[in-house]
Ligand binder design. Structure first.
Ligand code: SF4
Length: 579
């Protein structure tokens, strides 16, 4: 591919953007920031947008972006060996001092390697030296379980960008050379330098521990903001029509969720609940109104913001149509639903997770079917037409009755929908999305094996037949094979890395990649880990104690709720995760 063609494509992208930063490189620290997926997906990612803003807020740093090129362009780049360039200045990525990846999904691990290949940078850290950029990998996945990516990274940034970026800048300014930078970063909270740690394995292949080099702490403590009181919320800073969410203005309103669902890594890993300042949310939204008429509220527990009604009312008055990412059932109050409806929302997404109250006690989803149906009345009576539902299967103690309960609850919700649709004369849709449980690191289910695939397939079949041919109800039930490799990336340790590299080489033929590299996927996925001395993700201390998770697991089997401490103060008392 000709370099002028890459340049032209970059300029075309920039011509449709508002808000990107262009700085002369001069003596600045040059950071090439990658989202390991397409521009289309990446530009809707608030993590990427925020890190870009945070880096560029430092006068002595220039940060530019690059993405996974579209298929044809990617093939051309590989064929011609033309070096991958950044968008803003069309500089070869390999010429930057630092290449930083913001990784949100396990599926993008292979893309991290593709981007390194396109940039002509050796993929394994051990093959790089001071002539190469420093490879920094951050993003949500890294503070859940960074180990499968560890051999590819010089540094893993574990935690929240608002804490990590200033610490990185500090270390970089003080460092005398690359090795000194790594040493200084290892002393900072949230930076994990994999080469400084030697995993130890027991005879049965399980992890026995990590030995850290002198000065390298074991474990590495996640970096997080103590409070968000004086911090600008993550928000769209660069607008483009070419993204998943169009020119929608995305903003994080509150961080964290205090519900403590036992399977939910986001719930446990973003504690405590921290609202962003109302005035800053509204000021940023007002400034963005010139570029967008839609606002997407990206928070896992939106209504835990103490000012949520005022925020929604003001956004509506600004003329925004408002889309919340997902609403917790206990958040759906009459004023909230009314404001959403008035702002033009026609679909609400909720997550009952399962159809039975019993199983909801097991997973600590602290709502009942009666409450869900009550909220459905509220939703449909307000004029909202469609409902999206998230369900899970493969939950501990699940039986066939629980699958039938998914169908039954959905039917009852459909009845509620029809009752109001008749008066209105238009019928909406109920869309159920079903995923098998992948036990996640950093949750009360982190020791659990994933359910036997034959049983999961049977359950999928059963649920498909239970939910087939329901008028105005559509179910999307995810297959087990897809979850298997996702689970491998989620639950693996650094011995899984060669399979990621092989999958990148062979066009993501995961089965062949795993066979070729001799990685025993079942070992990671279907083994009960309760007797393991150490789990791969224990190298990062996310703030929650193993004893708490053990307790929660025992309560899960006793079908007992841990009632969520709704108020932030109580939450801080119960879970003092950020010290
Ligand atoms: S309500 Fe439960 S599943 Fe939803 S974000 Fe909170 S902890 Fe996670």
């Amino acid at each position: 591919m000709k370099s002028w063609l890459q340049r032209e494509r970059a300029l075309e992208i920039l011509s449709k953007e508002v808000g990107y930063v262009r700085k002369p490189h001069g003596h600045r620290l040059r950071i090439a920031l990658a989202f390991p997926n397409s521009y289309w997906v990446g530009m809707s990612n608030l993590g990427l947008q925020t890190v870009y803003r945070l880096f560029n807020a430092h006068d002595d740093i220039v940060c530019e972006r690059f993405f996974l090129p579209p298929k044809q362009e990617l093939a051309e780049l590989l064929a011609t060996k033309a070096p991958l360039v950044t968008l803003e200045s069309q500089t070869p990525v390999a010429d930057f001092d630092v290449v930083a990846f913001s990784v949100s999904f396990e599926w993008d691990y292979v893309n991290v390697l593709t981007l390194l290949r396109l940039a002509q940078i050796p993929r394994y850290a051990a093959e790089r030296n001071h002539h190469h950029p420093l490879i920094l990998i951050g993003g949500a996945v890294t503070f859940v379980n960074p180990e499968p990516l560890a051999p590819f990274a010089d540094v893993i940034a574990a935690g929240e960008g608002e804490s990590l970026v200033p610490a990185f800048q500090r270390a970089y300014s003080a460092a005398t050379d690359r090795q000194d930078l790594l040493r200084l970063l290892a002393l900072e909270r949230g930076f994990y330098v994999p080469a400084f740690y030697e995993p130890q394995y027991a005879a049965n292949g399980t992890l026995a521990g990590f030995i850290g080099a002198p000065g390298a702490p074991v474990p590495v403590r996640k970096a997080a903001l103590r409070t968000t009181e004086a911090v600008d919320p993550p928000a769209t800073g660069i607008f483009t029509p070419d993204t998943e969410f169009g020119s929608r203005f995305l903003i994080e309103v509150v961080r964290g969720c205090a519900n403590l669902c036992r399977f939910c890594w986001a719930g446990y890993n973003y504690l405590p609940v921290r609202p962003f300042p109302t005035d800053r949310i509204l000021a940023l939204a007002a400034a963005a109104r010139a570029h967008s008429s839609k606002v997407g509220l990206v928070s896992i527990a939106l209504c835990d913001h103490p000012d949520i009604e005022r925020i929604l009312t003001r956004l509506s008055e600004m003329g925004y149509s408002i889309s919340p990412a997902s609403l917790r059932l206990d958040d759906l109050t009459e004023p909230i639903v009314r404001i959403l409806r008035e702002s033009g929302e026609r679909t609400i997404t909720i997550a009952p997770e399962t159809g039975s109250d019993r199983l909801r006690r097991v997973i600590n989803k602290t709502v009942t079917n009666d409450e869900i149906l009550d909220r459905a009345d509220l939703i449909f009576s307000s004029g909202i037409e469609n409902l999206k539902l998230y369900y899970m299967i493969g939950l501990p103690t699940e039986t066939d009755d629980d699958l039938v309960a998914i169908r039954d609850l959905t039917l009852q919700l459909r009845e509620r929908m029809m009752k109001y649709a008749r008066n209105r004369g238009t019928v909406g849709r109920i869309i159920g999305s079903v995923n098998p449980l992948v036990p996640k690191p950093g949750t009360a289910y982190q020791w659990l094996p994933m359910e036997n695939p034959r049983i999961v397939e049977q359950k999928i079949k059963r649920l498909r037949s239970l939910t087939a041919d329901l008028d105005n109800v559509y179910f999307n039930i995810k297959s087990e094979r897809h979850s298997y490799y996702q689970a491998l990336l989620s639950l693996g340790d650094r011995r899984v890395a060669p399979a990621i590299e092989a999958a990148e080489r062979n066009g993501q033929q995961w089965r062949a990649a795993v066979d070729e590299t001799g990685v025993d996927g079942d070992f990671y996925i279907f083994r009960d880990r309760s007797n393991d001395a150490v789990l791969p993700w224990d190298i990062i201390d996310g703030g929650m104690k193993a004893a708490f998770f053990h307790d929660e697991f025992a309560k899960s089997l006793r079908e007992e709720w841990t009632m969520p401490p709704k108020r932030q103060q109580e939450n801080a008392k119960l879970l003092p995760v950020i010290q």
